[in-house]
Design a protein around this ligand. Structure first.
Ligand SMILES: Cc1cc2nc3c(=O)[nH]c(=O)nc-3n(C[C@H](O)[C@H](O)[C@H](O)COP(=O)(O)OP(=O)(O)OC[C@H]3O[C@@H](n4cnc5c(N)ncnc54)[C@H](O)[C@@H]3O)c2cc1C
Length: 385
């Protein structure tokens, strides 16, 4: 049993931190405000092997685990570059395809995901179903050997930069009742595939879209794996998603905390640094404690997942996502307070972080749904909904 990361993981973190430092928060903010993507960072990170560190070596990946990919995302986020598409493309889509894709699907998509040349988006959320995934209605029906896919999705990240979307739907013979999902890889240039941007109050290079699918024709091999095992395929992507979302949040919290600490050490208004006042020092110390607890739980979740313990990883990943989402909100809030007026000045980028820090409480699963999970599964309390 060890509470420290192996030397290779530590070296990976140092290398990514050095790499990300060349881009930093200013690059991220500039791109986000110009409505542009992090194209240069993404391409360079892919070349260095950072984006596919969790994917099998035979497809150009690093052969590591989700713990390695989570370390990459945490370091990028800590440097001020919290890229949402790492949660989606290599972690969810890469994992699902590596574990359950057909050899053709793996050959078609995994090398590009690993190198960063292809990006895959992921679509499960629907406007009417929301947190209740059992109510999704996107349905695929057979037409000869093809599939015809119809439905609506909302808040789908990165469709503008994606080559394909991994869409969670149902087959016609399981169109109602408890979710029996079927996953389809849908290239974004497929005829009839329509994505409309959703205007968000987030300063982010990752944009959100509504998807409108009306009898979109897909070849038979668009279906991932065995349609009777869709739930297994979906769940394979959900733990990595939560671990990665937690890492994005802890990295963002680290970024905000370091900005606040640097400022508190320098700024003097009563003849000594403002960080000497306990009114500022204690809340920052509290953030540090909660941050390290969240990081520890995230690392535990990743270690369980990488050891093959999906059930154990599920509880830990939910708890990690909860703790990380909470500390990200608290870190940004306290950082803004520490910087006074500068906390809301564009130059420091913290005002914009107020909105983005809330994301970890809402997606990929809301704080309340995590608490429902813990109440029901960890504590054995009755299901409330
Ligand atoms: C920036 C951003 C990016 C996103 N990217 C993606 C993506 O790439 N792909 C994708 O598929 N989805 C994506 N999402 C969607 C995200 O996963 C959902 O927003 C999230 O799951 C919550 O669903 P909802 O918005 O429909 O909220 P709702 O389900 O309507 O919930 C609203 C509120 O009610 C609460 N609530 C609901 N049910 C219960 C209950 N039983 N008990 C207690 N409280 C409850 C929720 O916690 C929440 O506070 C993204 C969202 C955002 C904001």
């Amino acid at each position: 049993m060890s509470f420290t990361e192996p030397a290779e993981r530590v070296a990976l973190r140092e290398a990514v931190a050095g790499f990300a430092g060349d881009y930093g928060a200013q690059y991220f903010q500039r791109k986000a405000r110009a409505g542009e993507y992090l194209t240069e960072l993404w391409a360079a990170a892919g070349k260095l092997g950072y984006l596919g560190v969790n994917l099998p070596e035979e497809f150009g990946g690093g052969g590591g685990g989700i713990g390695d990919l989570a370390a990459v995302l945490e370091e990028l986020s800590a440097a001020g570059c919290p890229t949402l598409m790492m949660v989606v493309s290599p972690a969810i889509c890469g994992t699902v395809l590596a574990r359950f894709g057909t050899p053709e699907q793996q050959q078609r998509w995994l090398p590009g995901i690993a190198s960063g040349q292809s990006i895959l988006a992921f679509a499960i959320t629907e406007p009417d179903a929301g947190s209740n995934s059992h109510n999704i209605t996107t349905t695929a029906r057979r037409d000869g050997a093809d599939w015809l896919l119809t439905g609506r999705k909302t808040f789908i990240s990165g469709v503008d930069v994606a080559d394909a979307v991994l869409i969670v739907g149902r087959t016609e013979d399981a169109a109602t009742g408890r979710l029996k999902p079927a996953l389809f890889v849908v290239p974004t240039d497929t005829a009839g595939f329509e994505a409309r941007p959703i205007e968000m109050d987030l300063v982010s290079p990752d944009h959100q879209f509504g998807l409108f699918l009306d009898d979109v024709r897909l070849p038979a091999d668009a279906l991932v794996g065995d349609p009777d095992s869709g739930l297994l395929h979906l769940f394979a992507g959900l733990n990595p998603e939560r671990i990665m979302a937690a890492s994005l949040a802890t990295g963002s919290a680290r970024h905000a905390l370091s900005r606040a600490v640097a400022y508190a050490n320098e700024r003097e208004v009563w003849g000594r640094p403002i960080g000497a006042h306990q009114g500022l020092a204690h809340p920052l110390a509290q953030v540090k404690v909660e941050l390290e607890l969240a990081r520890l739980m995230t690392q535990k979740a990743a270690a369980l997942y990488d050891s093959g313990d999906d059930a154990g990883a599920g509880e830990a990943a939910n708890m990690a996502k909860y703790a990380a989402g909470e500390v990200a909100v608290r870190a940004v809030d306290q950082a803004v307070q520490t910087l006074g007026g500068n906390g809301l000045a564009s130059e420091y980028g913290l005002g914009a972080a107020i909105a983005t820090s809330r994301l970890g409480r809402i997606a990929p699963v809301s704080r309340e749904m995590v608490l429902n999970f813990v109440a029901q599964h960890s504590l054995g309390l009755p299901k409330s909904y």
